[in-house]
Write a protein that binds this ligand. Structure first.
Ligand code: ADP
Length: 294
């Protein structure tokens, strides 16, 4: 089982001619609600890729709860570890302009009320732990420590960009970042390979930098491995990174060697760019397979 300890949100999206300036009111199109949160997104991506997936996270009892859980339930993610806390369900308020820019406000709600005491003591049955940075840092660190103590590999997507404490990085087996997030880690300069290698030296066994339409770069002690993107007509890149991370964990859990798992993750990330939305755009395993072995 892939265990995700991560955020669960409802996304509320409105398209407008432009992003409102401070103090300004802009009329937009119809509000669209969809399930989101990096934890939930990655759990759904992993489940669609065929892995047994469990999620530990928190929601409230409000009306956004059903929206937030829709994709997880649809993908068959085990929600036995889901907590209902006395706080609103996490909500992302997303404004998308006609130019495709977005402005996002996240009300973390129940996600911010999770504590290490909410985590189960026993990680029995878990083969891989998949983490992001949308929960309180002490929760993420506690989960990572528990996994490492149990010999369970820890994949961390260091997103969104925020401080990545050295003690957390020290627990990580495989770090996944995009170019912005890599820069925030202040790697020693030089080529992308050099930068990734300098993060590798801080603890992980593998560092993957996702590069959008440029594919990805992975550095391990064995060397660096560049992977071209699967070419697609990208219409909405929302959730590409989440899809990549979820599918990578799912394929490693299925026993794929790292290069094969990275290839599947890249194809899935590319396919997710061809449809609108985050979870709604994620490919099923059969679609990824059709590209892998046409
Ligand atoms: P994030 O969403 O975190 O910014 P990226 O944009 O780097 O992450 O996307 C993650 C992965 O999804 C990439 O490594 C790549 O494999 C795939 N991907 C993203 N955008 C495209 C694109 N335009 N064309 C093909 N593949 C893409």
């Amino acid at each position: 089982t892939v265990l995700v300890v991560g955020s669960v949100n409802a996304d509320l999206t409105v398209r407008t001619a432009r992003i409102p300036a401070p103090g300004e009111t802009v009329l937009g199109g119809d509000a669209v609600t969809s399930p989101g949160g990096k934890g939930a997104n990655q759990a759904v991506a992993a489940a669609l890729a065929g892995a047994p997936v469990a999620l530990i996270g928190a929601v409230g009892q409000d009306t956004f709860r059903d929206v937030a859980l829709r994709g997880l339930q649809g993908a068959g993610v085990n929600l036995g570890g889901l907590l209902t806390l006395d706080a609103p369900t996490g909500l992302a308020l997303i404004t998308v302009s006609a130019q495709g820019e977005n402005a996002i406000t996240v009300a973390s709600g129940a996600n911010a009320h999770l504590t290490p005491a909410h985590l189960p003591e026993d990680l029995g049955g878990v083969s891989h732990l998949l983490l992001q940075q949308e929960l309180p840092p002490e929760v993420t660190l506690h989960a990572a420590r528990q996994a490492r103590a149990a010999g369970v590999p820890v994949l961390l997507n260091a997103a969104p960009t925020r401080d990545l404490p050295a003690d957390l990085l020290g627990q990580v087996t495989h770090l996944i970042v995009n170019e912005h997030e890599l820069t925030a880690l202040r790697p020693d300069g030089g080529t992308l390979e050099r930068q990734a290698a300098s993060i590798l030296a801080r603890g992980p066994q593998a560092v993957t930098v996702t590069l959008g339409a440029q594919g990805s770069l992975t550095v391990t002690a064995q060397g660096s491995h560049r992977l071209a993107a699967h070419p697609v007509q990208a219409t909405d890149t929302t959730g590409a990174g989440d899809t990549f991370c979820g599918v990578l964990a799912a394929r490693l859990a299925a026993g794929d060697p790292l290069p094969a798992a990275l290839r599947a993750a890249g194809i899935a990330g590319a396919l997710a760019c061809t449809r609108p939305g985050a979870q709604d755009a994620m490919p099923r395993w059969a679609e990824v397979q059709a590209v892998l072995a046409p």
